[in-house]
Write a protein of this length. Structure first.
Lengths: 90, 984
């Protein structure tokens, strides 16, 4: 079970949080083609390695935030607020 | 000494001879002692056959003295009901224990199921898929289920109590054998919070089975001193009778704690550092008929003698491929067991060992293996052969050597289950012929036999080092203690575990799953050569023991058969739990009333007093109907509907989801969420709207009111309240954080009482309030705020029934007072309405019930929202999806009303609309709601039908439960289509 550091509340157990899938998605406009729209709806990154994803502190402050997590080792490389760009992890 | 305990030694052991315990085995009365396990007590009483094997129903005896036991998994009752699959080798005997062999019909000693053994060639790997094909599996199922299995589920209430606990520590040490104890002692002075967990009820591990000199004192004394030192240290917690059962991510481990009688505690531990000192498990040797009762792991035999003062048999042959079994042979001999031979696969054996055997007069048969074993009910003799020069066959078979016991040692394999669960990789150590931990992503170290250090000296010194290092890594300072032993031990294993001779269908690899060498050979012939496939096809290692004594031999065989190095064959990943954990422990207190906390209406007591029959709607307990004057359910629902239509009804709608949005951008935000135009809504007015997922699917419906310019109140369906607030937050925080809006859930702050019916207004006007309830001041779809009975109130003119309706929101704590006042005032003119009547009323009015009348494929256009969508200019969640060609198909399933042509037909929800017979009866949709309308006195329904919008008036066939009948498709609204009553 993971341990995550909420940017607002500090380090807590995974069961206080909800997983929200891939982060940094750009929502297409109404003018987008069917292909672009279906890509947004259905095609999500599923890397073996670092995944940029969003979590919510549902049994805490209720805030969404971003997490860079290694899908193989579950190592948490970064936790950063919603709206900030992907951190440089190299 | 009790006369029944034939195999009990007169002295020694860690049992208390002053505390005899009586117990029953298959209804036979027997005696053991305090300190016995169930298995040691059975052995003391010379019980050899304890069980029948899983597949072939062969006799099986106790084969180990630990968690790796594959045979002595018995049904045990301690007065709290039968518990199946109890590992009797680690379960302490208590007075009055009732022990039963789970299989064997009519009895474990005379089992008709043996026919399966005589016909064993039918039941090879994959036999389920091969034999049971004709006529079909179900023809065999009953018989197979009766014959297979490891016991019966207990009936009745579980008498145990279960609790969950959490614990945090700096260092968790798993295992209190020599390595774990040395590690714990080393870390004491660091000040780190140390947790030492041992599955046995005593500390000491292998030292309990084989004493030694540690720091120049007897190990018993060293253990008790160590225990005192650890228990005195405030920073150390010692848990015994507790098994670390799971190792999860970020160093979370679970412990099943059996230390309190009648109570099982399930601990969740978060550890900064973990040290695994979990020891190693002795591996069996594979030869023909290696599963007879009397055949036992060598170190188990030694443990029965030294720890429990039980000799497993009077005459025992010892067979080994390493030095460690010699100590076993000498211990047996020194305690009065005759040892006719030590059979050793190795050619060269160290001189000092040979001398010790010679002193005792025990012959050593070197370069030899067991060829076969014999016996009817128990082992009576073995035959030995010599390995050929290339080791691929045997020569010179001996005469049968008489014995009642055979102690087998194939060397050790580290107990790596937890390490593997943690994500650790194992590598094959060729010189030890076993798998040792290599690397792991988690903060874990391994010490002692668990790391392949099988000598006591290494376990002690490396345990001490690992303990202090782990404490240092956790941020504390300490140095390893000085701990030495004068007891030397050697190993010198030769990697021969499988006799290269004999009938491979009688050479067992997995005793518990009844898998033989032949099964593995067959699997390889059929190309199940991946270790993952082999495991599943043969079921090796898939039983309750998780292959603790079978995985290594299976992998060795697979490597041989595929001519690959064992290291390349790979291992399967171990999964939690290391030992079976009762389901009760996983549930903890979360059962019965605590499973889901019940949510009660603020006026719950009032409903109770007025005959409400409660039902669970989500987490809420709500009145299903009111059994006024003892009327039955059907009558109650019908009378409630009619009372509301004729005069007035009162409905407690408090669970309705209520969300307030405030801020300058509240309107803009909602406009991006709702299908409807929100921006044109004026303060004081209400609109009905739909919310969609991004895929265009309806996720909720309800009304939203504009209380003030920058203040909205959103109502969601009761079931979706929590989901919708989370949904709104996600869109605001993640997609449009620039919008200035605050979203707050106020569901439980407000009690909701709805008064509906032709007399609703008249009744309300009799209540003390500053709100003008007239049609001019408060028309349908408007909201007023003020006071009612002196408390703040919001009154919304919204209707779920089709009648004139007032939804009165007051602070929840005042809800009961308002209900009482309205009911007192109304007298005979008002009746309480339960949820079922309410659902019936909305069906009459043709109102959508999201989730019942819609499913995961219903979009906004399918329920008649095309016009509203077309009129709206801006984007909203899900809008782009509605533009897809598929979302606009004319033949989609659309929302319609339905009524049977013949009044007698019982239309039910779930029935299918079907195409005509000559078109092949394809489903065209489903009836989603149906009822007998008390108001209209006929059956009506709602449904989703292909091209439904253009088929109003058509006759369509419905299929339900094997019958077909015709229905007419109608507008969904059956009651007051003009809305005259509602708008009054
Ligand atoms: Zn937080």
């Amino acid at each position: 079970m993971l341990r995550l550091s909420c940017p607002w509340c500090g380090t807590r157990d995974e069961l206080e949080f909800s997983f929200g899938g891939e982060s940094h998605l750009t929502r297409p406009t109404l003018a987008a083609s069917d292909a672009i729209w279906s890509d947004y709806l259905f095609n999500k990154e599923n890397p073996k390695g670092i995944h940029f994803e969003r979590w919510m502190h549902s049994y805490g402050c209720g805030r969404w935030f971003n997490v860079a997590r290694d899908t193989v080792t579950h190592e948490i490389y970064a936790v950063y607020k919603m709206g900030l760009p992907k951190p440089d992890l190299d | 000494m009790a006369p029944t305990q034939k195999n009990r030694l007169t002295s020694g052991g860690r049992i208390d001879r002053s505390k005899p315990l009586s117990f029953k085995f298959n209804n036979r009365k027997l005696q053991g002692y305090q300190g016995d396990t169930i298995a040691s007590a059975l052995l003391a009483n010379d019980i050899s056959t304890v069980n029948r094997s899983f597949k072939y129903h062969r006799r099986r005896g106790i084969m180990s003295a630990g968690v790796e036991e594959t045979n002595a998994l018995l049904t045990v009752s301690d007065g709290k009901g039968d518990v199946p699959v109890v590992r009797t080798t680690v379960r302490a005997l208590v007075d009055d224990h009732q022990i039963k062999s789970p299989s064997g019909f009519p009895s474990v000693n005379f089992d008709l199921g043996r026919v399966l053994d005589f016909t064993h060639r039918l039941w090879t790997a994959g036999f389920y898929n091969k034999v049971f094909k004709w006529p079909n599996w179900h023809w065999y199922e009953g018989m197979v289920r009766r014959m297979a299995g490891l016991g019966n589920l207990p009936g009745g209430e579980d008498g145990n109590r279960y609790f969950h606990h959490n614990l945090h520590c700096d260092l968790l040490i798993v295992g209190a054998g020599p390595a774990g104890l040395a590690a714990a002692l080393s870390s004491v002075t660091s000040g780190a919070r140390v947790l030492l967990v041992e599955q046995d009820h005593e500390l000491g591990g292998s030292l309990l089975a084989n004493r030694a000199l540690i720091n120049a004192v007897d190990s018993d004394l060293w253990i008790s001193r160590t225990r005192s030192a650890l228990e005195e240290a405030v920073n150390v917690t010692v848990m015994t009778s507790s098994t670390v059962s799971g190792y999860y991510d970020h160093n979370v481990l679970t412990i099943i704690d059996r230390s309190t009688v009648g109570v099982k505690r399930f601990w969740k531990v978060r550890a900064k550092e973990v040290l695994l000192a979990t020891g190693a498990i002795e591996q069996p040797l594979v030869f023909e008929n290696n599963d007879r009762p009397g055949i036992m792991l060598a170190h188990a035999a030694m443990e029965y003698v030294n720890r429990y003062a039980v000799k497993p048999a009077d005459v025992m042959v010892v067979v080994t491929n390493n030095d460690s079994a010699y100590q076993v042979a000498f211990t047996l001999y020194d305690n009065g067991v005759r040892v006719p031979a030590i059979v050793d696969a190795r050619k060269n054996i160290a001189n000092e060992i040979v001398q010790q055997a010679n002193q005792r007069g025990i012959p050593i048969m070197s370069n030899s293996v067991i060829l076969n074993t014999f016996g009817t009910s128990v082992l009576s003799s073995v035959r030995v052969g010599t390995l050929s020069d290339d080791g691929k066959s045997t020569v010179n078979p001996t005469d049968e050597i008489a014995c009642q016991g055979l102690a087998i040692s194939g060397g050790f394999n580290p107990s790596s289950d937890l390490y593997s669960q943690a994500g650790g990789n194992l590598q094959y150590a060729a010189e030890l012929a076993c798998f040792v931990p290599m690397q792991c992503r988690q903060r874990v170290t391994v010490a002692g036999a668990a790391q392949g250090k099988f000598s006591l000296a290494e376990a002690l010194t490396e345990g001490a080092c690992a303990g202090s290092e782990a404490a240092n890594k956790a941020g504390f300072t300490c140095a390893p203690i000085d701990v030495t032993t004068s007891t030397t031990s050697s190993y010198n294993l030769k990697a021969v575990r499988i006799t290269p001779a004999g009938d491979s269908s009688r050479k067992w690899v997995d005793f518990m799953a009844d898998v033989t060498v032949a099964d593995i050979e067959l699997a390889v012939r059929e190309n199940f050569v991946s270790v993952q496939h082999l495991k599943r096809y043969t079921t090796t290692g898939m039983s309750a023991d998780q292959g603790k004594t079978s995985n290594l031999n299976a992998l060795t065989l697979l490597a041989e058969l595929t001519q690959k190095p064992i290291g390349e064959v790979g291992t399967t990943t171990f999964r939690p739990q290391f030992m079976p954990v009762p389901m009760g422990a996983i549930a903890g207190q979360r059962h019965g009333d605590f499973y889901t906390p019940a949510r009660l209406l603020p006026a719950h007591d009032w409903h109770v007093r007025h005959g409400a029959v409660f039902e669970n709607y989500g987490a809420w307990k709500r009145p299903e109907y009111y059994a006024t004057n003892g009327r039955d359910r059907e009558t109650a629902i019908r009378e409630e509907v009619l009372a509301l239509r004729r005069s007035a009804g009162l409905f407690d709608g408090s669970p309705l989801g209520k969300i307030e949005l405030t801020g300058p951008d509240a309107g803009e935000f909602l406009n991006r969420i709702y299908v409807n135009n929100v921006l044109t809504l004026k303060p004081g007015r209400i609109r009905y709207g739909l919310m969609l997922s991004e895929n265009g699917i309806i996720i909720d419906d309800g009304v939203f009111a504009r209380l003030a310019d920058d203040h909205y109140l959103v109502s969601t369906t009761s079931a979706n309240a929590d989901r919708i607030i989370a949904w709104l937050e996600e869109w605001h925080q993640c997609e449009w954080p620039d919008l200035e809006v605050i979203i707050s859930t106020v569901t439980s702050q407000w009690g909701v009482t709805t008064i509906a019916g032709p007399n609703a207004r008249v009744l309300l006007q009799g209540i003390e309030s500053d709100i003008d309830f007239s049609a001019q001041a408060l028309p349908h779809m408007s909201v007023a705020t003020g006071t009612l009975l002196g408390v703040p109130a919001r009154v919304q003119r919204v209707s779920y029934t089709g009648e004139m309706s007032f939804e009165i929101n007051v602070p929840a704590i005042q809800s009961q007072r308002v209900i009482e006042a309205l009911m007192n005032l109304g007298g005979n003119r008002i009746a309480p309405i339960g949820v079922e009547a309410s659902l019936l009323l909305r069906t009459e009015k043709g109102y959508l019930h999201v989730g019942a009348d819609t499913d995961g494929m219903t979009n906004a256009l399918d329920v008649g929202f095309a016009g509203i969508v077309a009129k709206k200019q801006s984007d909203f969640v899900g809008r782009r999806s509605l533009l897809r060609a598929d979302d606009q198909r004319k033949d989609r399933r659309q929302f319609v009303g339905v009524e049977p042509l013949n009044d007698n037909e019982n239309l039910q929800s779930g029935a299918h609309f079907v195409t005509p017979q000559d078109e092949g009866r394809r489903s065209q949709g489903i009836v989603t709601s149906a009822c007998f309308s008390p108001t209209l006195k006929r059956i009506i329904g709602l449904g989703l039908l292909e091209r439904g919008f253009e088929r109003k008036g058509e006759t369509v066939t419905v299929f339900d439960d094997g019958r077909t009948f015709d229905v007419r498709i109608t507008e969904p609204v059956f009651y007051d289509p003009s809305g005259e009553k509602m708008n009054a």
